[in-house]
Ligand binder design. Sequence first.
Ligand SMILES: *Cc1c(COP(=O)(O)O)cnc(C)c1O
Length: 339
Amino acid sequence: MTIDFRSDTFTRPTPGMMQAMANATTGDDVFGEDPSVNRLEAMMADYFGKEAALYCPSGTMSNQIAIKVHTQPGDEVICSSLAHVYIYEGGGIAFNAGAQVRAIEGERGMITAAQVAAAINPDDVHKAATSLVCLENTSNRGGGCCYDLDEIARIKTVCQENNLKLHLDGARLFNAMVAGGQNPKSYGQLFDSISVCLNKGMGCPMGSVLLGSAAFIKAARRIRKKLGGGLRQAGFMAATGIYAMENHIVRLAEDHFHAKQIAKILLEKSFVGHMLPVETNILIFDIVEGWNPRFFTDYLKKFEVLVMPISDTQVRMVTHLDVTHEMIEKTCEIIAGME
Ligand SMILES: *Cc1c(COP(=O)(O)O)cnc(C)c1O
């Protein structure tokens, strides 16, 4: 029995989700006639208190569409130096939007209102026009850490004062909201656009939803088509999203609890160095004292426990829907037995 901690993208659809797929009513979504896609979009817009939503194949596409709609070629986008939109989307900001990035050294992938204010270019022909700020919550490279909503509100004020749009890469926003007991509508109010992933902790095979005003989503729909993201009978996949919204949000707290259980055992080990604070379902820690990430990974692999080295010193483990309580216990025993 393999226990896969490499990512929360490794989940397989549950029997209930498979049933939802089999029962889905579908149509051609490029014509706007897929009832399941339309229902998922309406449900999501309502949930976040946004006017409209757009179902997209991936979180990368949702983010890239949002950045394209919010900017003009030659503009500058402010984000953390660890932001997924900057380091893990294939240079998409340059490729798709023709914009450049002002990367800020934040704290675990999070940036402050003061940092944003200081990074806005003056109205000077030498400078790129700053037009967009992108935040990420939870922050993936920051070990799944969560923004303080008050800080986001301060960032929004800076954006409003300077005529900047504010986008949220909320690939794991459901994790943040469950961990912080937050209301989705608070996010809807703070951000001009939000992208959420269904293919991570929510357990769907694919998909992401982009949220914003009706005018924003209208423009986003045109860009999605240009990128080849207009899908036909997408309702079979959208049905998994509806199922996840109804069944997989509250249970994320279990994943967070599991991550803390593993963290506790790891921190008792002399070969585990600094660990980023565990706030949700991601653990990122250093391997020290004669061990290294490759060594650690290979050792666990012998027990069919899969983890991911992410740098010369760091390992990442992610808990999710397919990691059961028994699997956590087994993993803790294996780690406890390591010398
Ligand atoms: C996974 C992820 C994305 C994009 O997801 P895909 O659906 O794999 O394209 C965007 N942002 C963050 C922070 C992610 O972790």
